[in-house]
Design a protein around this ligand. Structure first.
Ligand code: BG6
Length: 462
């Protein structure tokens, strides 16, 4: 197997609300993740004093990060993707001054990473925003959110300018079409116009913080983050090919705006034909010109599209719903496994944008069994990850520029869609179940040693 480039970044990716816990500690405010105790697709529940939710403690990364980072270092990580909880820095989102205790927490976390030479890759917004911004302003539907987000971003860029050189704006920015409350802080049954208006504000905010990042940290790179919803035509009928192209446009649109700096014609047509009339401010087209330095994305699965109504039986996988591909196997959660799709996607994004790519999420959610001796034989996870990394190597051979790979959930964490612990992604097992029971102890799985060897051999062992 071909050895990956020397400067290729290897590691894992986590998100604040899925690992940290400490959901009210040190001045943190309530976030949208806190009012969705059963995950993105669960019911909205305003928090009452005695309510308990699994994410309140999550895997207690807030207190245990030194131990967890030591384990990441043992695997040889050169990069860790984390997110900052906006509600730790600005608990209600609209304050004039940040919360010092929240800033200090991430300072300590970055210092710990630096001890091991692990580069942080930091997402500004990963599926959470201060809940007060939803209650008081109606979420991203309100233009004021752009300024609040910019204040937050400028605060963390300034504070961590010497510690963080790789940034991402919004996690899976295209997901708002499917889960608007989590994505843009508006009700799930909002009209398409309301959702796209909120998305427009988020795209402008993303571009404005790209500009701010370049001003404050000239040697930093800032990227976008797309949910890679690779869609194939269900057959080679031209109508199916067109249906797949249009479905791909629904998510590539975000990348097009963030990489090219303007709305593509196919999207303007979509708005016209669907009577979606958006309000743009005069300065928006100038702001949007601040395009990202690199493109990052998550990839778990692919799916199909068809023009034939009776075959258009969609199933939900990772947030998106797609027509299942008859040629692919599925995970225990029904997500279709398609390693070659990763090579196809890498080539497609490279052809389209000619910007460096970063695979910032990829992994297999599965049930793991702890043996009597404490070992965990997750050969299914090794197979999944190995097969995908082989395709990354193929894409490198194709000439695609790839900055790195951070697998999703290098340590077991609370799943985003349904707040489950039983759906495990980690190389490190965490003793906690769906009811919140367990002593939170960490155990190395078989995949821990596999990944250690992959990184140590720079991909040579794949
Ligand atoms: C991505 C998200 O959509 O998929 C992560 O960015 C999430 O936050 C991951 O955890 C896997 O989804 P789930 O629902 O299995 O946790």
């Amino acid at each position: 197997m071909k050895v990956f480039p020397q400067d290729f970044l290897w590691g894992g990716a986590i998100a604040a609300n899925q690992v940290e816990g400490a959901y009210l500690s040190d001045g943190k405010g309530i976030s949208t993740a806190d009012v969705l105790p059963n995950g993105i697709f669960g019911e909205l529940k305003e928090r009452q004093a005695n309510d308990r939710a699994i994410k309140d403690i999550a895997i207690d990364f807030y207190h245990r990060y030194p131990q967890d980072i030591a384990l990441f270092a043992e695997m040889g990580f050169t990069c860790l993707r984390i997110s900052i909880a906006w509600s730790r820095i600005f608990p209600e989102g609209d304050e004039a001054q940040p919360n010092e205790a929240g800033l200090a927490f991430y300072d300590a976390l970055f210092d710990e990473l630096a001890k091991y030479g692990i580069q942080p890759l930091v997402t500004l917004s990963h599926y959470e925003m201060p809940w007060a911004l939803v209650q008081r302003y109606g979420g991203w539907g309100n233009r004021k959110l752009i300024a609040f987000f910019e204040r937050y971003a400028r605060t963390v860029f300034t504070r961590y300018q010497h510690k963080v050189k790789l940034w991402l704006t919004f996690n899976e920015i295209n997901m708002s079409l499917h889960a608007p409350l989590t994505g843009v802080g508006i009700a799930d049954n909002s009209s398409k116009t309301a959702i796209y208006q909120a998305i427009h504000h988020q795209l402008v905010a993303s571009a404005r913080v790209v500009k701010a990042c370049h001003e404050i940290i000239p040697d930093a790179k800032i990227g976008n983050m797309l949910l890679g919803g690779l869609t194939y035509p269900l057959s080679c009928k031209p109508q199916d090919v067109l249906a797949a192209q249009q479905q791909n446009h629904r998510w590539l649109f975000f990348g097009d705006v963030q990489c090219r700096g303007y709305y593509p014609g196919y999207m303007l047509r979509y708005f016209r034909e669907n009577h979606i009339a958006l309000t743009f401010a005069d300065e928006d087209s100038e702001d949007l010109k601040h395009t990202v330095d690199f493109v990052s994305f998550s990839y778990y699965m692919s799916g199909c599209a068809t023009a034939e109504a009776e075959l258009n039986q969609r199933q939900r996988g990772n947030i998106l719903d797609m027509v299942p591909n008859p040629h692919l196997p599925r995970s225990e959660w029904g997500w279709q496994i398609d390693p070659v799709g990763l090579r196809i996607l890498l080539n497609r994004l490279w052809d389209r944008y000619q910007k460096p790519l970063f695979i910032v999420e990829n992994g297999l959610g599965a049930v793991d069994k702890v043996e009597a001796d404490g070992s965990i034989h997750d050969d299914y996870r090794i197979r999944y990850l190995n097969d995908h990394l082989v395709q990354v190597a193929e894409a490198l051979e194709d000439g695609v520029m790839i900055l790195g790979y951070t697998s999703w959930g290098p340590i077991d964490l609370v799943s985003a869609s349904k707040a489950e612990m039983s759906k495990r992604y980690g190389f490190i097992y965490v003793d906690r179940d769906d009811r919140g029971e367990g002593n939170l102890a960490r155990l190395r799985k078989q995949s821990f040693y596999w990944y250690q060897e992959v990184i140590g051999s720079q991909g040579g062992s794949l």
